[in-house]
Design a protein. Structure first.
Length: 327
């Protein structure tokens, strides 16, 4: 913690910087991943992003059965963010494994499969199917989508249920198992539940519960009423959650929420995240991940870090931050 920069010694002849980070036995070429639900199954961005340049991506969440998603409008702009209630539209795990999975596995970075379900047994059953299909290296368990009535919101707020899901999944898969946490709950307690159940890593945050209103029509902006808030507006919430969770766990944490620039990403790493995911920013700037990777490299050079891992958890006086102080 707080070793300070080594700018002066290294500035004259900067050594090549390693951006590699590890999630258990998985090596990511850099700590920048695309977030679930914003990058499809990886191929959707081929015109904009060379997947050989990024650390990896998380697939949009796959569910036990096909889902048509929620009625439109499903997205709405808000100041510094967006609301969505997509409703986990997807073809279901069987169709996904038969038609999309082989292509996902061909992508030249680390694909992480996101799963969402309504019962513990369904989560476990999906892991069994994925194991049978083969090739899976990492699974992100979506515990927290606030848009789907029967799809995980209750689990994500209940540490015991999260523990049961992670334990059940761990028993049937050898994949690196990541619990994706909701900010609409006691994130620290949920993180501890996930770790107790055998999670190998934690990612946070999913979207924050939000509501937008059209006053002329006196109706919610989204057809479903409430939605999930994402984008720059949520970054301080995500940073606080990352900070708090990193203090209580030794598991690798993947920071998510409002990351659009290298500085945003650097903030999460300094606070303790091992990697980051970029979501909403990709809609406005599909090149955001590449810009972040370049910016992180420059930052490491300027600060004399040989490896991006040198900057993880280096927040000065982080131990003195008081929690819950506002106003
Ligand atoms: C349109 C949209 C769809 C999303 N779909 C999923 C999803 O299928 N599964 C999931 O775990 N998170 C999903 N998310 C949440 C993101 O992965 C991410 O956790 C959240 O948006 C915060 O990051 P951001 O501010 O960088 O977007 C979705 C977000 C958006 C904006």
């Amino acid at each position: 913690m707080g070793t300070g920069s080594k700018t002066t010694e290294k500035a004259a002849n900067p050594a090549p910087v390693s951006l590699e980070v590890r999630l258990g036995g998985i090596v990511l070429r850099n700590p920048v991943l695309a977030a679930s639900g914003t990058y499809g199954y990886g191929a959707e961005y081929h015109d904009f992003v060379d997947n050989e340049t990024i650390g990896g991506f998380v697939t949009k969440s796959v569910t036990p059965r096909p889902r048509r998603g929620n009625p439109h409008p499903r997205v709405a702009e808000t100041p510094s963010g967006m609301l969505n209630s997509i409703g986990l539209e997807n073809a279901g795990i069987d169709e996904f494994l038969a038609h999309d999975w082989p292509d996902v596995l061909e992508e030249p970075c680390v694909p992480i499969l996101s799963i969402a379900a309504g019962t513990v047994d369904e989560y476990v059953e999906m892991c069994v199917k994925v194991e049978r299909a083969g090739g899976v290296r990492a699974i992100e368990v979506n515990l927290s989508c606030p848009n789907v009535k029967e799809g995980g919101r209750t689990f994500g707020a209940d540490p015991a249920a999260v523990e049961a899901i992670m334990r059940g999944c761990k028993n049937v898969t050898g994949a690196f198992l990541i619990a994706k946490l909701t900010p609409n709950a006691d994130t620290v307690a949920i993180a501890q539940g996930a770790e107790a159940g055998g999670a190998d890593g934690l990612s946070l945050i999913n979207t924050l519960l939000g509501l937008g209103v059209d006053v002329e029509r006196r109706k919610p902006l989204l057809a479903m009423g409430m939605g999930g808030l994402s984008g720059p507006a949520v970054k301080p919430v995500a940073l606080a959650a990352t900070y708090q969770v990193c203090r209580v766990t030794t598991l690798p944490v993947i920071g998510i929420g409002g990351i659009a620039t290298w500085k945003d990403a650097a903030e999460f790493l300094v606070v303790g995240a091992t990697a980051v995911q970029v979501g909403t920013a990709l809609f406005a700037n599909p090149r955001a991940m590449n810009e972040i990777i370049e910016g992180l490299t420059d930052y490491c050079v300027r600060h004399g870090y040989d490896s991006v891992t040198d900057m993880i958890g280096t927040l000065e006086r982080g131990d003195l931050i008081e929690e819950g102080v506002a106003g």
